[in-house]
Design a protein around this ligand. Structure first.
Ligand SMILES: *Cc1c(COP(=O)(O)O)cnc(C)c1O
Length: 382
């Protein structure tokens, strides 16, 4: 077993070797390296490859290819969706709704809008991490132009009830943006129910620096980047043929294996939740059922979160401790779920993916149990 054992797929996943292979053929002097905007044969070949990838992704999503805008990742897609749609709709209203537990890409884009004079409401989820349709309904106003939520939370894996939330947004005539960076390739995506949807290739075993924004036909966006009218004027910049082809293949592989892979990972999650929560003072964070198959987040009572992560050096996971955040605060996501500072800080996220094996899950359970016992003994002796 290779250590540290990788339990941080929600942060990023390795690129599938089949994807690496496909990307390499697009880079060198013998590859299809042309600029898709160029009119000669090199350019036309590259443009055809990009459009083929667009068609393939659109077919997998069940949407029109013209709605796919290629970006550098979900951070850019979220920014384009939120700032782009809000600015384009500013004459109709200046109120935006998001959630306290959104990813920083969403929250920081909303903060930028606030500095431009938009008003943003931040919904607080229940203890399970979910937002109710009634709660959303109560904050929708005549001047609400956009609602931006996560399909699945990146820290807890909790899934929102999109059909109910989308119906509320639709009744009020606002646009609905969903960040699906964590859920893509894990569960079905609710494309018919949203206006804007962000994906990131490196979360489904594609390359980093590649993503897309789905834009429902007719939705207007003010571009963030200007410089050449690429992507129907919605995102300027030379199209990265290798990234786009890599993302398309990675997405196809993820979708094709989704049913089997998600049930395999859900089995690992159950094993982890059962094993971890059988230990005294270990609490599962987030809703028990409405969750992704690959993320398990727990808080531990009575131990120091940083000490626990340090002790588990042979496990590559992510923690909600202050030392892991740029802000110096324990996880704002877990705080919003009602965990106090100590429990939000003493939390670990284990996320699994394509190369996770059952032996690794069992190794994690054994190591976690023995380190927890050891740390508690030290704390008790002090
Ligand atoms: C990873 C992630 C992002 C950022 O995606 P990048 O492609 O790395 O910019 C945004 N939102 C969520 C929910 C994520 O998990």
């Amino acid at each position: 077993m290779k250590t540290p054992v990788y339990f941080d797929y929600a942060a990023t996943a390795p690129v599938d070797p089949r994807v690496v292979e496909a990307m390499l053929g697009l880079l060198g002097p013998d590859g299809d390296f042309g600029n898709p905007s160029a009119v000669h044969a090199y350019g036309r070949k590259a443009a055809a490859l990009v459009e083929e990838a667009r068609e393939e992704i659109a077919a997998l999503l069940g949407v029109a290819a013209s709605g796919i805008v290629f970006t550098s990742g979900a951070t850019e897609s979220d920014n384009l969706a939120i700032k782009g749609a809000a600015r384009a709709a500013a004459r109709r209203g200046r109120h935006v709704i998001t959630e306290k537990t959104a990813h920083k890409a969403v929250l920081d884009a909303c903060r930028a809008l606030e500095r431009e004079g938009f008003e943003v409401s931040y919904l607080v989820p229940d203890r399970g991490g979910r937002i109710s349709a009634a709660q959303l309904e109560a904050s929708l106003r005549p001047d609400t132009i956009l609602v931006s939520l996560l399909h699945a939370n990146n820290e807890t894996g909790v899934l929102q009830d999109i059909p109910a939330l989308a119906a509320a947004v639709r009744r009020h005539g606002a646009l609905f943006h969903l960040d699906a960076a964590q859920s893509a390739g894990k569960v079905e995506l609710p494309l018919e129910q949203v206006d804007l949807l962000a994906l990131s290739a490196h979360k489904f075993c594609g390359p980093k620096g590649a993503g897309l924004l789905y834009v429902r036909p007719g939705v207007r966006l003010e571009p963030l980047l200007h410089g050449g009218g690429h992507e129907r004027g919605r995102r300027a910049g030379t199209l990265a043929t290798h990234q786009i082809r890599g993302m398309a293949l990675a997405f196809r592989l993820a979708v094709e294996s989704m049913a089997e892979e998600s049930s395999r990972l859900a089995g690992f999650s159950s094993r982890l939740i059962e094993g971890l929560c059988a230990l005294p003072g270990v609490l599962l964070n987030g809703h028990r059922e409405a969750r992704l198959p690959n993320i398990v987040n727990v808080s531990v009572e009575g131990v120091d979160g940083e000490a626990l992560q340090l002790a588990l050096r042979d496990i590559a996971c992510s923690s909600g401790a202050a030392c892991n955040s740029a802000s110096g605060e324990p996880s704002y996501v877990l705080r919003a779920l009602g965990r106090d500072d100590a429990l939000a800080g003493a939390s670990l996220r284990f996320s699994m993916g394509r190369w996770t094996r059952v032996e690794e899950v069992d190794y994690l359970l054994e190591r976690f149990g023995s380190e927890l016992t050891r740390l508690r003994r030290i704390a008790g002796a002090a």
